[in-house]
Ligand binder design. Structure first.
Ligand code: UD1
Length: 326
């Protein structure tokens, strides 16, 4: 297949693009490099630098002819989305509508969309399956849910088939060590821990130690980015084969706490990684864990690299290499 990976220079997109190309698919990338890295662009890709907000330009790229679009170009800081919703309206909603409309106009009928566990909001039960009520707690999650609903309409009205992949907490770097381009200004826990280990920040803040969890800190379902990339391929193959749209959770089905991650990072990096206990971050649930039973059943997919040590050690290697720490 010939696939256009929108956001392919980014953290997740780079892993998806590399896997697709390694499996023999043609890969072209669209990225504006706002958070992505040129280090993630390999010579076997076509690269088009520009913005998904520029519809005529985007349509011109899509008219080159693709079998499918994989769309990972979005802003994803849940906290920021509550302060600057305009940015999320434009990038995540308007930008994605442009992609969907351009795909239809260019005759592309298959899209894989990066959705999020944030569509569920505060959990009513665990593990969270796809039938869990959808009640986003932040505007970021709302933008993802809104696009899922638009995709469902376009399926009915335009025959656009989609895979909406509801990611839990994505972490790690490719175990082969090929991809090491770092995200700019990361806000998620594991990159923040790595920046402290690398000496780029003096310390990290632990957002709350009074949650009803075994050690009092927040528990999340961390899914390795290479497992996630494999799910994109399986999802695209499913949609192409079955001619049916698909909405699935992607998680490891196990929970790790903030302190477990910090302790593992101290052990693996050999660095002190100072941590300050501060208050809870508004909107953070105590615990989120996925049921990935649907992805297992429909895609034959399961997490293989999402254990604690692989998550941390592959990330630390990418940081050491990119920052030339060795
Ligand atoms: C959030 C979104 C998720 C989205 C992801 C991408 C929600 C409920 N989740 O995940 O859908 O895909 O962002 O960015 O909206 N923590 C600290 N110190 C830090 C940073 C984080 O203690 O400096 C803690 C948090 O309180 C949380 C855990 O670490 O318990 C993970 O936080 P983070 O990496 O920001 O991801 P989520 O908020 O879980």
């Amino acid at each position: 297949m010939k696939v256009l990976v929108v956001g392919g220079a980014g953290y997740i997109g780079s892993h998806v693009a590399r896997l697709f190309a390694d499996k023999g698919h043609g890969v072209d990338i669209v990225d504006n490099l706002s958070t992505g890295s040129r280090d993630n662009l390999f010579p076997d890709y076509g690269f088009f630098e520009g913005s998904i907000l520029d519809y005529p330009w985007l349509l011109g790229v899509m008219r080159r002819g693709y079998d499918a679009i994989v769309h990972l170009a979005a802003s994803k800081a849940a906290g920021e989305s509550m302060l600057v919703p305009e940015k999320y309206s434009l990038q995540n909603i308007s930008g994605t509508i442009n992609i969907i409309n351009a795909a239809c106009e260019a005759g592309i009928r298959t899209i894989v969309f990066s959705s999020s566990a944030a569509v569920y909001g505060e959990p009513k039960y665990l593990p969270i399956d796809e039938l869990h009520p959808q009640n986003p707690e932040n505007y970021y999650g709302f933008t993802k849910l809104e696009i899922e609903r638009i995709l469902a309409w376009y399926d009915r009205l335009k025959g656009l088939k989609f895979a909406a992949l509801r990611y839990f907490n994505v972490a790690g770097y490719d175990p082969a060590g090929v991809i090491h381009g770092l995200e700019k200004n990361p806000a998620n826990l594991i990159p923040v821990i790595m920046e402290v280990a690398a000496g780029m920040r003096p310390a990290l803040d632990v957002f709350g130690t009074d949650y009803p969890t075994p050690d009092g800190t927040g528990v999340r379902d961390y899914i390795h980015v290479s497992d996630l990339a494999a799910a994109h391929l399986a999802a695209l193959e499913y949609v192409a084969r079955e001619g049916k749209s698909l909405t699935v959770n992607l998680g490891s089905e196990s929970g790790l706490s903030v302190l477990e991650l910090i302790e593992a990072a101290r052990r693996i990096t050999g660095k002190a990684i100072p941590a300050n206990i501060v208050g809870r971050r508004p909107g953070d649930p105590a615990k989120l864990v996925a049921s990935s039973a649907t992805a297992k059943r429909l895609l034959g997919w399961e997490a293989r690299h999402s254990d604690l040590d692989t998550l941390i050690s592959t990330t630390w290697r990418a940081y050491r290499r990119s920052l030339k720490l060795d």
